[in-house]
Unconditional design. Structure first.
Length: 71
């Protein structure tokens, strides 16, 4: 995956392999573990589950208020 990210970065910017590799290494873990918008990781805390449900309309796992399900 890192190799593909490096190739994509080099294709979009005129930078060296070393610079592209450094950028990918710096951000890879954070980006790879980011599940948004496909799912929200609920963090520890007393109100985090409720917040995840409230955020559902923004991430597509809850319909907007008044939205009709036409399935």
């Amino acid at each position: 995956m890192k190799e593909k990210a490096i190739l994509q970065l080099r294709g979009m910017r005129n930078i060296s392999v070393g610079d592209a590799t450094a950028v990918v290494e710096r951000v890879f873990e954070r980006c790879y573990n980011d599940t948004e918008p496909f799912g929200r990781q609920v963090r520890q805390g007393p109100d985090q589950e409720a917040q995840a449900l409230r955020d559902g309309i923004f991430f597509g796992y809850l319909p907007y208020e008044g939205e009709v399900n036409n399935k």
